[in-house]
Design a protein around this ligand. Structure first.
Ligand SMILES: O=C(O)c1ccc[n+]([C@@H]2O[C@H](COP(=O)([O-])O)[C@@H](O)[C@H]2O)c1
Ligand SMILES: Cc1cc2nc[nH]c2cc1C
Length: 349
């Protein structure tokens, strides 16, 4: 069996007993039942993933930023030059990006993974060279990559999740790839049935003629015949970082470590993971909903409720990192808060 097959076979649903115990404890805690709203679902989910109530606090935290380039850049769907991907990889490794600032504010580790960048990066602490291919082919003209490349990139994500899960209790998705919102929109349309018009947005910020071109590119890619096998869809329309992110979600679920998803790139990759193994998404949180319209469509399809909505559209893992304190607070409340019995507080009549 391959690493991908082994990983899928190792993924189990959340533990219903631990989750029930968490719901019962949440109702006995010194607060009106249900008053922590969505955080009660977060606490119960953490217990279900850990298989024990209360769940251990979900830390330390690591964000993995998967980077890749895209042949569809040739279609003029983003104003940014492709070399910005490699330049930002160097910036992440040097600690100079927003993801580094947000990670520092949490004490989280940052790992940068070249899974598909067009130009190689110099070795640096926290940088992993796991390049599968130096950028995808143009998805407007034909398959973005081969099925074998897609599988290898998925397995990079699984391996990184496994390595990080050995000494981290909370994993966070990050991405970097100029043009990757085009591939994200195409994946979202393929997996959810959304229209290119509804799923395609302005990415880093594009004008109306560029947006019209982007919608046309996504429409053209979707018009090709393709198999419905999730790996084939990924190979046809996705990016190498999408593939690695799908693997990262699977790897975290197999290790029973909660994973917090970032924006539209992670959301579209999570659709691939869910198609390969629906139970994997039981261990995931949607950190936020981004301004890119396809993201909300992907989350709705996955049945994930975003913890934050701040109109972010940066990527890198930034929105997901901002949600980590909410996940930690939910876990700490479940573990620490007294019950009506233990605190001698009278329950409602
Ligand atoms: O996370 C998001 O939802 C998100 C939304 C818009 C843009 N981005 C980031 O912007 C880059 C892709 O934008 P674009 O316009 O070149 O497709 C890529 O590096 C992403 O991390 C990220
Ligand atoms: C500068 C820059 C930083 C980014 N971080 C994630 N995507 C990005 C896109 C650009 C263009």
């Amino acid at each position: 069996m391959s690493l991908l097959d082994d990983t899928i076979a190792a993924i189990a649903p959340r533990d219903a007993g631990a989750e029930r115990a968490a719901r019962e404890r949440l109702d006995r805690m010194t607060k009106p039942p249900g008053s922590l709203g969505v955080l009660e679902d977060v606490a119960a989910q953490l217990a279900g993933t850990a298989g024990v109530c209360p769940a251990p606090l979900p830390g330390p935290t690591a964000v993995a930023v998967f980077a890749g380039d895209h042949g569809v850049h040739a279609q003029g769907v983003t104003p940014w030059p492709q070399e910005v991907t490699a330049q930002m990889v160097a910036n992440f490794a040097a600690g100079g990006a927003v993801v580094n600032a947000f990670a520092a504010s949490l004490g989280a580790d940052v790992v940068v993974v070249d899974v598909g960048v067009a130009t190689p990066s110099a070795p640096a602490p926290g940088f992993l060279d796991r390049n599968v291919r130096r950028g995808t082919a143009d998805l407007a003209e034909g398959p973005a990559m081969t099925r074998d490349e897609a599988r290898r990139a998925v397995e990079v994500g699984i391996e990184v999740a496994r390595e990080l899960a050995a000494d981290h209790g909370c994993l966070v998705t990050g991405d970097m790839g100029i043009t990757n919102t085009t591939a994200s929109a195409a994946l979202i349309c393929a997996f959810t049935g959304a229209t290119p018009d509804g799923a395609t947005g302005r990415g880093t910020g594009i004008d109306d003629p560029t947006l019209a071109r982007k919608v046309e590119v996504v429409t053209r890619a979707l018009a090709r015949d393709r198999s419905t096998d999730p790996l084939d869809v990924l190979a046809e329309l996705g990016g190498l970082e999408h593939a690695a992110l799908a693997g990262f979600v699977l790897g975290a679920a197999a290790a029973r470590v909660p994973v917090v998803l970032d924006g539209v790139i992670a959301g579209s990759a999570a659709l691939v993971a869910a198609a390969l193994c629906p139970a994997a998404l039981e261990h995931a949180f949607a950190g936020h909903v981004s301004a890119e319209p396809g993201h909300a469509l992907a989350l709705r399809h996955l049945g994930l409720r975003p913890l934050l909505g701040l109109d972010l559209r940066l990527g890198e893992g930034t929105g997901a990192l901002l949600a980590v304190p909410l996940v930690t607070a939910a876990a700490r409340a479940l573990a620490d808060v007294a019950t009506f019995d233990s605190a001698g507080v009278t329950e409602k009549a």
